[in-house]
Design a protein around this ligand. Structure first.
Ligand code: ZN
Length: 271
């Protein structure tokens, strides 16, 4: 069954920090939400990749997410390669999300902004009718061949679907909407999502990462104490909530213009 909204992020727990409340809210409205983590978190100061996998599954249950997967892209080394784009293309075609949440395209951590570009470019590729994943292997050694080879060079535009794919191949799919979760970056959001009713559950999802957020000796110099985390998460959510005239919210940026049908129904008061 297709997913309605998919959040892609570099690391397990990124989604919980930046847009978990929004995913939960959509799930509560009956939409199918999913999370794609590009890495498995093996470079983290605290915890192992295995611990993070089970914590990520716990967090997904708390957020009522229907589908979650971690690609095996090396942690700390997320690169926008052809091979990695194809891995994301496969997920987009399998899960067919209408809305894709990507990390904001600038940031401190290279994995975060690279994940953003990678996700965008994979979304474009995923819609190309003549990009046949069965013919362009995800193996690195096929990179050049795929770009020059017949499966790619014969593409005459993504609207022409004639003779493009074998019946068993994954059909082309491009998300209708891409929005960027901007919480990690100090930019003015285009819009915020009211997560007042989801805030506590979202915080519980973050705390499911016990290996990361339980007070402990390892990494105590770089990780704030749990009490401090609560204060920070709450202040950020309150700040964006204030911008939207609600208690708690999560910020997003969209590149497109906003389209309004009924100007009397525009929310957030001006004065
Ligand atoms: Zn991260």
């Amino acid at each position: 069954m297709a997913i309605d909204i998919l959040a892609l992020a570099a690391h397990r727990d990124d989604v919980e920090q930046t847009c978990g409340g929004t995913l939960l809210k959509m799930a509560e409205r009956g939409y199918r939400a999913g999370i794609l983590d590009l890495t498995q978190g093996e470079m983290g100061t605290r915890g192992t990749a295995e611990e993070r996998a089970s914590e990520a599954a716990d967090a997904a249950r708390i957020l009522k997410v229907s589908w979650r997967e971690a690609l095996g892209i090396p942690d700390g080394c997320v690169e926008n390669t052809w091979e990695n784009r194809l891995k994301v293309v496969r997920v987009l075609r399998e899960q067919c999300p209408r809305v894709l949440i990507l990390p904001y395209w600038e940031g401190r951590h290279p994995d975060h902004y690279t994940a953003s570009i990678l996700g965008y470019e994979a979304s474009f590729l995923a819609g190309l009718a003549k990009l046949d994943l069965d013919q362009v292997s995800v193996g690195q050694r096929f990179a050049d061949k795929a770009l020059k080879g017949r499966s790619f060079s014969r593409a005459g535009g993504d609207s022409d679907k004639s003779g493009a794919l074998a019946p068993e191949s994954l059909a082309p799919h491009r998300p209708f909407k891409i929005i960027y979760a901007s919480l990690y970056r100090d930019v003015r959001p285009t819009f915020v999502v009211d997560i007042t009713d989801q805030f506590e559950t979202r915080f519980a999802a973050l705390m499911a990462y016990k290996s990361q957020f339980t007070d402990q000796e390892a990494g105590s110099g770089i990780f704030p104490a749990q009490k401090e985390i609560r204060a920070r998460v709450e202040s950020m959510a309150r700040y964006y909530g204030t911008l939207g005239g609600v208690t708690y919210a999560e910020p997003f940026v969209q590149k497109e213009i906003g389209l309004v049908d009924d100007v009397l129904a525009i929310p957030v008061k001006s004065i």
